[in-house]
Design a protein around this ligand. Sequence first.
Ligand code: MN
Ligand code: MN
Length: 326
Amino acid sequence: MNFRRQILSQFPELEDPKSHPRFTGIPSFMRAPFTENLTDLDIAMCGVPYDGGVTNRTGTRLGPRDVRIQSTMMRCYNQATGAAPYEKARIGDIGDAWPVMPFELEHAHKEIESFFQEIKEAGALPLAVGGDHSMSLPILRALAKDGPVALVQIDAHCDTGGMYQGSEHHHGSSFSAAVNEGLIDPKKSVQIGIRGGTIVPDLWKFSHDHGMRVITIDELYDMGIATAMQEACDIVGDTPTYVTFDIDSLDPAFAPGTGTPEIGGITSYEALKMVRSLKDLNIIGADIVEVSPPFDPSGGTALIAATLMFELLCLMADCVDRNKGS
Ligand code: MN
Ligand code: MN
């Protein structure tokens, strides 16, 4: 051990875990330091290994673990945008919001909410990896206590459904609940990439009735991605905004590892461009949800999620930096 330390001392750059060989050590998100001390952080990366809200194939409880492993591929600088998140913000992995009582959905949601409440109270921005999409509701309950926030949701589904099999809360109803609870402003909410069959003629009636902007996959391609994303940015403006990215927005050819796949989706390159286009928003938190490792034997879906998480991290670090200046 001492001999190893002696050799390491000749390479001071190896002090930083992000400089360790990426296949070594315990895999934190992006190889950022693991810490439970929230006061040291501007951005708190965390997992929500919970899938008690899925209506189809389970497995997203394993998402955070696989995304952590794939995220060891992430580096410090964003070649495309020039972003240098670790120079702009203090970033760490704070572990998982794992519910002690996972079999009681509403109790699990309360536990998740209190985890994110602590992050908010410490003044850090959460960047979460799920987990099924029901987790966005307790996160919004924690973040939007002072009033409704704006929402950018990239997803194959609006998730503004109602009761399903006698349950109000599930991964297909998070955003109707968030509107009803006054957590998001529907007029400043944009849902992009929507497609697939529905069980009733107008499954996303709630979104339309409440003035949420629903950009279907056809409209997205007809308008062009840049135009659609500009419209999304114009709708939310400088309102504090929550960004939620459902991995099933991608075509299953790229991201098969998810519980509710819909063909005819965006490519991984388009996903990168869409996230990057949110660079001027005032982001107060973000999540990437619905990665289901049992359907992702190559780890490719988790790699996409890890890379999109890095893109979100770059945007959020720039937000931290801008807010420091103001
Ligand atoms: Mn979805
Ligand atoms: Mn969803």
